[in-house]
Design a protein around this ligand. Structure first.
Ligand SMILES: Cc1cc2nc3c(=O)[nH]c(=O)nc-3n(C[C@H](O)[C@H](O)[C@H](O)COP(=O)(O)O)c2cc1C
Ligand code: SF4
Ligand code: SF4
Length: 327
C-alpha cells in the first residue's frame, strides 16, 4: 500500500535534529582559514577580527575535518551531531577518541602501521594540481583487486579518469541530476517521487545537507581531484554494494599509505543514472557504478585522529553469565 506524505513526514521532514556545533579559540587562532576550507559543508565564515565562526544556518555533521586541518589546535567541539526524537533518533551515543593501544598483556603499546593508516585517514577534499603518477594509481587499483569477496566472486570493475576536461563534464552532468533531486526533496509533493527510488538513509539530514551543498555548488562532486576512479560491481554477483565498500576502502587505505589523499564520492556515482555516460565509462546494464574514489596529493594537512560515536559493545565472555555491556 502506498503511503501518503503525512504518513512519511517523520522521515521526510524530521524533527529533533541537532547539527554539530564547533568553536574556535580566538587566543590560539592564526586566521589561516584552513578550517573553513576543509569543511565539506561550508559551515564556517570568517568573523570579526578574522576569527572563523559558524554560520547560523549550517549543516555540521561532525566529521571534525576542521579540527585536523587547524595547525594550532584552535578548533574544538561544543556538541556533536545527534537526533533526540522522531524518525532519525537512533539513540546517538557519546563520541570518544580512539582508545590507547595495549599489547596482549594489557601493557601500553604503539599502533601498528596499518592501524595508524586506518585511524588517521580522513577524507581529503582539497588537492594539489599535481598529477598522480600512474605507477601509484596502479598500486591503488591493485589494493582493490585483491579485496576479499564472497565466493571469491571479485565482482568489481574500475574506470580511471585523469582527463580534466572529462572530469569537468562529468561534474556538470552529475550536478544537473543532483540539483534536480534536491529541488524535489524540498517540494512536499515532488519529494514523494523520491520515496522508493532512494534508500531511507538518503533522507537522513546529513545526507540532505550534502545534497544542498552540492546543489549550491559549495561541495564539488569530484573535489577538483586529478584522478577519479569509478567503482562498479556486477549486479549478477552476491551483495554488490557490500563488495564495492570493501574494495573501495582497501583502495582508500592504500592511497593513504602511499602519501596520497582520497575521498569517496557517492554523489559521483550519479553517472550510473545517465545511460550514455555510464556506457562511455565502460559499464553496461549488468553493472552498477556504486561509488567513485577521488585521489590526489593533499593541499594541506588533512589527516589525524578524531572522536567517533562509541556504541556500547555487548560481550559474552567465556566463563561469565553475560552479556556484559561496555559503555
Ligand atoms: C560510501 C561513502 C560515500 C561517500 N560519499 C561522499 C560524497 O559524495 N561526498 C563527500 O564529500 N564525501 C563523501 N563521503 C565521505 C564521508 O563524508 C566521510 O567519510 C565521513 O564524513 C567521515 O569523515 P572521514 O572520512 O574524514 O573520516 C563518502 C563516504 C563513504 C564511505
Ligand atoms: S565538524 Fe565537519 S562539518 Fe562540522 S564544521 Fe567541522 S568540518 Fe564542517
Ligand atoms: S584553521 Fe585554526 S588557525 Fe586557521 S583559521 Fe581555522 S581556527 Fe584559526
Amino acid at each position: 500500500m502506498t503511503q501518503s506524505f503525512e504518513e512519511l513526514k517523520p522521515m521526510l521532514r524530521p524533527v529533533g535534529v541537532h547539527m554539530g556545533v564547533m568553536e574556535v579559540d580566538a587566543e590560539k587562532c592564526i586566521s589561516c582559514g584552513l578550517c573553513i576550507k576543509n569543511c565539506p559543508f561550508k559551515c564556517w565564515k570568517m568573523g570579526d577580527n578574522d576569527i572563523p565562526k559558524m554560520k547560523e544556518t549550517h549543516s555540521c555533521f561532525s566529521c571534525f575535518n576542521c579540527i585536523i586541518a587547524c595547525p594550532v589546535d584552535a578548533v574544538s567541539i561544543v556538541e556533536a551531531y545527534h537526533v533526540n526524537e522522531g524518525f532519525f533518533d537512533i539513540q546517538y551515543p557519546p563520541i570518544k577518541m580512539p582508545m590507547k593501544p595495549r599489547d596482549a598483556e594489557g601493557n601500553p603499546d604503539e599502533w601498528t602501521a596499518i592501524e595508524r593508516v586506518i585511524l588517521e585517514r580522513r577524507s581529503v577534499r582539497n588537492f594539489k594540481e599535481n598529477p598522480v603518477p600512474e605507477p601509484l594509481i596502479r598500486r591503488v587499483l591493485e589494493a582493490g583487486r585483491f579485496a576479499p569477496s564472497a565466493g571469491n566472486q571479485q565482482p568489481w570493475k574500475f574506470t580511471v579518469v585523469t582527463d580534466k576536461a572529462l572530469i569537468s563534464q562529468l561534474e556538470e552532468a552529475c550536478h544537473t541530476v543532483l540539483q534536480g533531486i534536491h529541488a524535489m526533496y524540498n517540494d512536499d509533493q515532488a519529494v514523494m517521487n523520491l520515496v522508493g527510488n532512494l534508500p531511507t538513509g538518503a533522507f537522513d539530514p546529513r545526507v540532505q545537507g550534502g545534497f544542498r551543498c552540492v546543489a549550491q555548488k559549495e561541495l564539488p562532486i569530484f573535489f577538483n581531484a586529478p584522478v577519479v576512479i569509478f567503482l562498479g560491481c556486477n549486479e549478477k554477483m552476491a551483495s554488490p554494494e557490500e563488495h564495492a565498500g570493501i574494495c573501495g576502502q582497501n583502495m582508500n587505505l592504500a592511497a593513504k599509505s602511499l602519501g596520497l589523499g582520497s575521498c569517496w564520492s557517492n554523489f559521483g556515482a550519479t553517472v550510473d543514472l545517465i545511460p550514455e555516460i555510464k556506457s562511455k565509462l565502460g559499464y553496461d546494464d549488468t553493472w552498477r557504478i556504486y561509488s567513485t574514489l577521488c585521489l590526489g596529493y593533499p593541499q594541506f594537512r588533512q589527516e589525524g585522529m578524531v572522536p567517533r560515536y562509541f556504541r556500547p559493545v555487548t560481550w559474552f565472555r567465556s566463563g561469565t553469565d553475560g552479556p556484559q555491556i561496555e559503555e
